[in-house]
Design a protein around this ligand. Structure first.
Ligand code: GDG
Length: 481
């Protein structure tokens, strides 16, 4: 197979630790394969021209980082506007939070076109291009319009909503057509894949070509679920290293008389953190034996702070945690430790290991890697219990966790109590099964399976393999507002 070219919104030095599921996973993939990683630099060039941005190349070990700056107008429309103001909420089933009237679509399209223009000169004929996530759905259509015949795959890290929800996006038909410019489109779960197939059938009249392939818009698309995983061995190594051991010992000693529960998330409304705090409150209220004992450590790393909905959830969380501590806390016991900061990755395995319960309760999540990291960090002889939302992609695989409905505060509180009370033999049996599962479906398998599908895919157009006719630029999306 040719050189791997990864394209994602943000690019990170794969030699450095990252916070955020996509950056962590792609760093692990590229450290192994080498190649080119293309995306936004993270810099906003004030005073720059929309649709323009300088390309920078930098070598990071075996990986070449190719980044483009964005001007303020492009950044606000593409990133804050369409990607995180429309696509992120809708794909997480939150039509109430989507700003359909905003002007973001033009910037979204402009930045995708800019990325394509900057990427094309860097591509070699036998490159395999792997595009990631909702920021870049139309990228392949732009690359095809520029004459690229390389294999191009797309992986959606976030959920694919049901057709009726997706159809609320005024440009949903354009987005669906854009996905058919790829050779392979991957989803986190069978649920997501089912939603896509149903939508393509309904809105584009797509027909099944064979087991994994759909035919529409004169192209054949391979669509499949490829559940993402973690690098279990690497995470276990991290757990044995000094900083994780220190974090474990310090936390264990500090909370020697307590039973710890832990949540680790980017601060995002999809993660269900307020519902989690309410469930913990309910636990203390209904099961007083936990008072002066159970302590929830909630790490919420700052995320997308410029987007309005994120400022609101931050204020709500501070209020909720303050109320639990005020109502239940005592001089020697603070029930919730809420940490709105990014904790060093090297410390995370120690914190996970010190916690008797991992509380991973998103309202909706593509996969959720924290659930897998929690399992990988446990002491097999005395493991903690994973309480997991049934609305995560991870729940399709991690069926030995205690699966909860995070909207059901009472039911979640009861599951937390069940986790705290669970006998050792049951904890061991569940942990064994979970560890086996995350080993089977680790990040290496995710990567290998996706790239094998991409390698095996015939050029998506119904024309000759490897030779894609130059296509006209994709139709512009319908105007909004
Ligand atoms: C997207 C999808 C999908 C979190 N806080 C800290 C920190 N993290 C790390 C975790 C984990 C990663 O960030 C979070 O990954 P998730 O999968 O839980 O969630 P998203 O960031 O929303 O990721 C998700 C993922 O892409 C991969 O496809 O699973 O569904 O939404 O690795 O450990 N890391 C550090 N400090 C923190 O405070 N160092």
């Amino acid at each position: 197979m040719g050189r791997l070219v990864v394209v994602s919104n943000r690019v990170a030095d794969p030699r450095k630790p990252a916070a955020g599921g996509l950056a962590v996973a792609l760093g692990e993939v590229l450290r192994n394969t080498g190649g080119l990683w293309f995306g936004w630099s993270g810099a906003i060039a004030d005073g720059g021209t929309p649709g323009e941005g300088e390309l920078r190349l930098q070598q990071a070990g075996v990986v070449t980082l190719a980044t483009v700056d964005l001007c303020r107008a492009d950044h606000d429309a593409y990133y804050g506007g369409y990607s995180n103001g429309v696509l992120w909420p809708v794909f997480h089933y939150r039509l109430d939070l989507a700003d359909f009237d905003g002007p973001g679509i033009d910037g979204y399209r402009r930045v995708n076109r800019l990325f394509a223009r900057r990427l094309v000169p860097l591509l070699r004929p036998d490159d395999v291009v792997w595009v990631h996530d909702y920021h870049l759905i139309p990228l392949a259509a732009e690359l095809r319009a520029a004459g690229c015949g390389q294999r191009i795959g797309f992986f959606l890290h976030i959920p694919m909503p049901p057709s009726q929800v997706f159809a609320a996006i005024p440009q949903h038909e354009w987005l669906t057509r854009a996905l058919f410019a790829y050779d392979v489109v991957g989803f986190q779960s069978c649920t997501d894949l089912g939603h896509f197939v149903e939508h393509a059938r309904r809105s584009a009249g797509a027909k099944p070509a064979d087991e994994h392939r759909l035919q529409a818009f004169g192209r054949r698309l391979h669509a499949q679920a490829f559940p993402i995983g973690i690098d279990v061995d690497e995470f276990e190594r991290l757990g044995r290293a000094r900083e994780a051991r220190e974090a474990y010992v310090t936390t264990r000693d500090e909370y020697a008389r307590r039973r710890l529960l832990i949540g680790v998330d980017r601060l995002d409304y999809s993660k269900g953190i307020p519902q989690r705090i309410r469930a913990f409150r309910e636990l203390l209220a209904r099961h007083p034996g936990n008072r002066h004992s159970a302590t929830l450590i909630q790490i919420a790393s700052p995320s997308r702070e410029g987007v309005e909905a994120y400022a609101e959830i931050r204020a709500e969380l501070e209020r909720l945690c303050g109320a639990v501590n005020g109502d239940f806390g005592d001089l020697d016991w603070m029930p919730v430790r809420y940490i709105h900061r990014t904790v060093a990755r090297r410390r995370l395995p120690g914190l996970y290991r010190a916690a008797r319960v991992g509380v991973i309760t998103p309202l909706r999540d593509g996969m959720n890697l924290v659930a897998k990291e929690y399992v990988a960090s446990q002491d097999a002889a005395d493991p903690g219990v994973l309480v997991l939302s049934r609305f995560t992609g991870a729940a399709e695989q991690l069926t030995e966790a205690l699966l909860v409905n995070p909207y059901d505060i009472h039911g979640t509180a009861e599951a937390l109590q069940q986790a705290l009370d669970m006998p050792l033999t049951e904890r061991q049996a569940r942990h064994d099964a979970l560890l086996h599962c995350i080993r089977e479906h680790d990040v290496h398998r995710w990567c290998a399976d996706f790239l094998a599908a991409l390698d095996a895919s015939f050029a998506g157009s119904l024309g000759h393999h490897g030779r894609v006719r130059r296509q006209r630029r994709s139709e512009p999306p319908p105007a909004t507002g």
